[in-house]
Design a protein around this ligand. Structure first.
Ligand code: HEM
Length: 385
């Protein structure tokens, strides 16, 4: 039986939707100890820890991850490299391809029958956009198979299986690097090639760092985009008035999507390790203590948002933590937003309604992945498609 962070068996409702457990823990135990890790649940505590990188270090894993596991000042150098790939100009140039991917995938979905918004829309859309962006076209099926195995390995909790899946991904990435190296100057100018030509202090990035950067752009984020599409589809299907309003005017779609993800943040948490004794959320943490920043919970904190399930895009935007805060705030947010807006807008344009299917229940993902595993919907076609 699964346990909550205090060691009590989890109530049935919390097993179905972990957000209920987080809402409960935030009220009774904002710094919960479980298996040697402390989870911070409140908005203010999560922000404090995320900003205090000197006390809450990101160097949590045995392996170097660029830029995720680095702390400032080393982090700043690599973060500047990463940020260059997500500028407004780059996003504008990429937008037509992202919209084309959305149109191709959504136009091919069957209408008036059960469609899984996560598996049939979220996964393929995330993979096709990433391969077009990075210049990896042709390996979509490999990446989709890898995503499925990655999810299964994560859920199995078997370290040898997760290690195997991680090295399988490294091989996919290393293959892309080798192909470009073999082509030399003839290699297409895409972000992968560009990374291979990037220098730090006059030295080219090491292959290990290039693989790590690419892994953080793909391995983790394909899943986040797919899960986010599931959250948005579920919200639209269960909030018909919002769906209708967005059909009539989609100019505030970015705010709307950010708010849907705030209520049901699929990117649950990130880890930190304490470097010096500190007090937070009424708990004393010693050096070496492991900490989870629970974004999903912080995004539902009543102290900041009032009713966590009240849809208030404009009011809640300044406090939204879906993309994190502090030095590690998500650099991929512009791309994530571009993808989610393009997919949602296209879905609204090519349909006249999105309803939850009545034949199959939606199924939530399980920790450490948030959001939905399956969102069965029925799409009704817009006029001639
Ligand atoms: C809905 C989609 C996404 C969500 C919810 C999300 C959320 C987050 C969050 C909360 C963090 C902070 C991590 C921390 O503080 O330790 C983060 C970091 C990061 N994200 Fe995202 N992300 C998304 C999409 C993307 C995409 C599309 C990319 C790139 C293609 C990306 C690349 C990264 C990287 C590289 C970091 C680490 C930054 C650093 O350590 O400085 N993310 N993301």
């Amino acid at each position: 039986m699964q346990k909550n962070p205090d060691g009590e068996p989890l109530p049935e409702a919390a097993l179905k939707d972990p957000r209920q457990l987080y809402d409960h823990m935030r009220a009774i135990c904002p710094a919960a100890h479980s298996d040697g890790v402390v989870t911070l649940f409140r908005h203010a505590d999560v922000i404090a820890a995320a900003k205090d990188f000197a006390t809450f270090s990101s160097a949590v894993s045995a392996h170097r991850q660029v830029p995720n596991s680095l702390d400032p000042p080393e982090h700043d150098v690599f973060r500047a490299i990463v940020d260059r790939f997500f500028t407004p100009e780059r996003m504008r140039a990429l937008e037509p391809k992202v919209r084309q991917c959305a149109r191709d995938i959504i136009a091919a979905l069957p209408m008036h029958t059960v469609v899984d918004a996560v598996r049939q829309l979220g996964y393929p859309f995330a993979v096709h956009v990433q391969t077009r962006w990075l210049g990896w076209r042709g390996i979509e099926e490999t990446l989709l198979a890898w995503m499925a195995e990655n999810h299964a390995a994560t859920r199995s909790g078997d370290p040898s299986r997760t290690a195997a899946v991680a090295s399988a991904f490294d091989r996919i990435t290393a293959d892309q690097i080798e192909r470009r190296r073999a082509l030399g100057d003839a290699a297409a100018c895409d972000p992968t090639t560009e990374l291979m030509r990037t220098r730090v202090d006059g030295e080219l990035l090491s292959d290990a760092d290039i693989v790590s950067i690419l892994r953080n752009w793909t391995a983790g984020d394909l899943g986040s985009i797919a899960a986010a599409i599931g959250v948005v589809a579920h919200f639209l299907a269960t909030h018909r008035e919002v769906q209708q309003a967005l059909r009539e005017d989609s100019s505030h779609l970015t705010l709307a999507i950010d708010e849907m993800l705030r209520m049901d943040d699929p990117f649950i948490s990130n880890r930190r390790v304490v470097t010096a004794a500190t007090d937070i959320a009424g708990a004393r943490l010693d050096p070496g203590a492991r900490v989870y920043l629970n974004w999903t919970s912080a995004n539902r904190d009543e102290a900041v948002f009032g009713d966590p399930d009240a849809y208030q895009p404009a009011e809640n935007a300044p406090h939204n933590l879906v993309y994190g805060i502090g030095p590690h705030i998500c650099p991929g947010r512009p791309l994530a937003t571009l993808e989610l807006v393009a997919a949602t807008q296209t879905l609204l344009q090519l349909t006249s309604s999105i309803e939850l299917a009545t034949e199959v229940e939606p199924e939530r993902e399980t920790w450490p992945v948030g959001g939905w595993r399956h969102v069965p919907v029925r799409l009704r076609a817009a006029i001639a498609r």
